[in-house]
Ligand binder design. Structure first.
Ligand code: NAP
Length: 315
């Protein structure tokens, strides 16, 4: 089968195509997906995991068709059904003709969108959902700031925050993206290029930060003293992964703060598929590249502020 590989090491990654990889066979209760499209999270090249895998195949976001089921699989999926998947961040190997998945990673694909649009959704959507609910403790009536709100994670977070959780949403993004953010439900929009933006808004109960670094630092200024900050911006802050405390915590002792890595959740993916088909959640804009242009696709996906989620077509 054909697959994409990340060769080299984390300081000098090189994206390559390989037409002679071994097609995997599902074991136990695994599910084999014939991949039609795979989404790229550009920062995966700075995650350590791809470099630990023998195959060097990246990729966690896929859509395709159920092609085979392991001998112990007894769930509801049937061969031939269209699916979309978040393959766990510790496994990957989604950017290939065939990918091995687990039952808690797979949901039926939204019917109203293409394979490419579906492949763009799982990581951003589940990251937003997990951040807001599981780590942020979002509740109706809260006021929530979402940074990087025009990005893939951010724009889905704006939509979930508004339409699923009914909160007041402040979206931080370049002004060229403000209209789009208002059209999906942002109540207030701010431009991070405006000096002192962090002093121009009423304090919020929750910051969901998808940018990190300087923006994450400013989150401490805008969060209420009993509020929460959840971040996924890469590179992760120095205090992530149990590496100590945030320096700002000393002067904001009531603020909860958290960095996390997204987990698969087939139930939420299934609910999200329904919301997409009902027109409640708008899919991301995607830019498609054929498999042969994988290197260009990855280069493009690594640029900030592209306005599109990058997807590779395998079909
Ligand atoms: N930990 C996890 O489990 C997890 C999961 C998913 C993603 N992530 C990480 O989360 C981050 C966001 O992912 P994504 O897919 O949403 O990225 P994305 O689509 O590239 O969006 C990033 C957004 O950040 C904004 N931005 C860029 N530079 C900025 C700056 N200097 N200050 C403020 N905003 C800036 C841009 O907004 P404008 O265009 O409006 O300027 C852009 O829309 C990435 O670092 C990704 O690796 C982590």
């Amino acid at each position: 089968m054909k697959a994409i590989q990340i060769l080299g090491d984390i300081s000098s990654p090189r994206v390559a195509t390989n037409y002679a990889m071994t097609k995997p066979t599902p074991q136990n209760a695994e599910i084999l997906i014939r991949v039609h499209a795979a989404g790229i999270t550009g920062d995966e090249v700075i995650w350590p995991e791809p470099y630990t895998r023998e195959t060097r195949i990246p990729g966690h976001d896929i859509s395709g068709v159920v092609s085979a089921l392991g001998p112990d699989y007894n769930g509801p999926l049937k061969i031939g059904q269209e699916a979309f998947v978040l393959i766990s961040t510790d496994r990957g190997e989604g950017q290939a003709d065939y990918a091995i998945c687990r039952a808690d990673e797979v949901a039926l694909k939204p019917k109203s969108i293409s394979y490419e649009e579906a492949a763009a959704l799982p990581i951003p959507l589940l990251t937003a959902w997990e951040a807001l609910l599981d780590h942020g403790g979002i509740k109706a009536g809260m006021r929530v700031l979402i940074t990087g709100a025009s990005g893939a994670v951010g724009i889905l977070a704006v939509q979930l925050a508004k339409k699923l959780f009914g909160v007041e949403v402040v979206a931080l993004a370049s002004s060229r993206n403000h209209e789009a953010l208002q059209s999906v439900g942002a109540d207030e929009v701010l431009d991070y290029n405006t000096i002192g933006w962090e002093n121009q808004l009423d304090k919020v109960d929750l910051v969901f930060d998808t940018v990190g670094a300087g923006i994450l630092e400013k989150a401490w200024t805008v969060v209420k003293e009993n509020g929460a900050i959840v971040t996924v911006g890469d590179p992760a802050p120095a205090w992530a992964f149990g590496q100590g405390e945030a320096v700002e915590a000393a002067s904001h002792p009531g603020v909860r703060y958290k960095h996390f890595i997204v987990s698969p959740n087939s139930e939420r993916l299934g609910k999200a598929a329904e919301m997409v088909d009902q027109g409640v959640v708008r899919p991301l804009l995607v830019k498609e590249f054929p498999f042969e242009e994988a290197e260009q696709a990855w280069n493009y996906a690594r640029q900030r502020a592209r306005g599109h989620k990058v997807v590779i077509s395998f079909a």
